[in-house]
Write a protein that binds this ligand. Structure first.
Ligand SMILES: [Zn+2]
Length: 301
């Protein structure tokens, strides 16, 4: 049973410019953020400004991380934390620099003096707002961290020989006769092959209970195919969020004999989805909803 394993690799040459550039953007953003927060007369808007700043950090860091082709989830996460903490610390230094009208580097080299100056001011005026500082830091660091979990590339396998993400994928919705556990899925793939699943009736996204088989492959070498399986069902015992999705299988490495083309009911055997880029633009439907007859028509274009 082979599953996709993230390598710990990354592209050092790209990292050497994406990280400094990303940090520079965050640095500039922190300056602007501190300035706007201090100048802003309506403190109600501070929340919106903080939200914009944390979004800036998240997007910048994701671009830097993906640009450096970092595959490993932990390294991606650590990089994101690094960017976010850098953003918060810079913003605080800029706050102090703006309040006491000194330069960023003056505060940086003598942070404790300026921090004590600030807190003594607060102590005279009725308490140090530790809570709002902590809340601010938690927001600015917490959001980018949650961002890494949902970021696009981290979900795809990485094709090491081609040095790129295996972003091509197709998802097939199936009505299976039972709800499969991971070991049952593995067993059936091993004994009957993955093709045995494709003979089942296709499900619809509106159905109450179905399995989603997502196949990933590298557009360049098309060598290996990975399979993730999700079980979607409706849980009526819940008041909210009745639609539940469970990831049963995550990036299972399929046997190399299996061809992408077989996903399209064995038709279009010489063509593949990628040649349909133009046709797909005119056809906004997602692949899982496609009708084999329509696909035949597209082929004739
Ligand atoms: Zn490849």
């Amino acid at each position: 049973m082979a599953y996709y394993q993230e390598s710990k690799k990354f592209n050092l040459r790209r990292m050497a410019w994406t990280f400094p550039l990303g940090l520079l953007v965050v640095f500039g953003g922190a300056d602007l953020y501190a300035y706007v927060i201090l100048e802003n007369p309506a403190s109600f808007f501070n929340f919106v400004i903080t939200a914009i700043f944390m979004l800036l950090i998240a997007v910048t860091a994701i671009l830097a991380i993906d640009g450096a082709k970092i595959r490993n989830y932990r390294v991606r996460l650590l990089s994101m934390i690094f960017f976010a903490v850098f953003g918060v610390v810079c913003a605080w230094i800029f706050f102090l620099a703006l309040i006491f009208e000194v330069s960023f580097f003056t505060v940086l080299t003598d942070f404790s003096t300026y921090f004590l100056k600030l807190t003594s001011g607060f102590t005279r005026n009725g308490g140090i707002p530790y809570f709002s500082w902590l809340a601010e830091a938690a927001f600015i660091i917490g959001f980018p961290i949650s961002f890494i979990g949902t970021s696009k590339n981290g979900e795809f396998p990485y094709c090491e020989p081609c040095d790129k993400w295996s972003e091509d994928n197709v998802s097939i919705l199936l009505k299976l006769p039972q709800i499969y556990t991971l070991s049952e899925l593995e067993e059936k793939i091993k004994t009957d092959g993955i093709r045995s699943f494709l003979t089942y009736e296709r499900a619809d996204k509106k159905d109450a209970n179905y399995h989603e088989f997502i196949f990933f492959w590298c557009a360049t070498c098309r060598d290996e195919m990975h399979l993730s399986v999700k079980w979607h069902h409706i849980d009526d015992s819940k008041t909210f969020d009745k639609k539940q999705s469970e990831l049963i299988m995550n990036l299972y490495e399929l046997e190399s004999g299996f061809q992408r083309e077989e996903l399209y009911d064995g038709k279009n055997d010489s063509e593949d989805r990628f040649n349909f880029a133009e046709a797909e633009e005119q056809q906004p439907e997602k692949p899982e909803n496609y009708d084999p007859n329509e696909f035949d028509e597209l082929e004739e274009i």
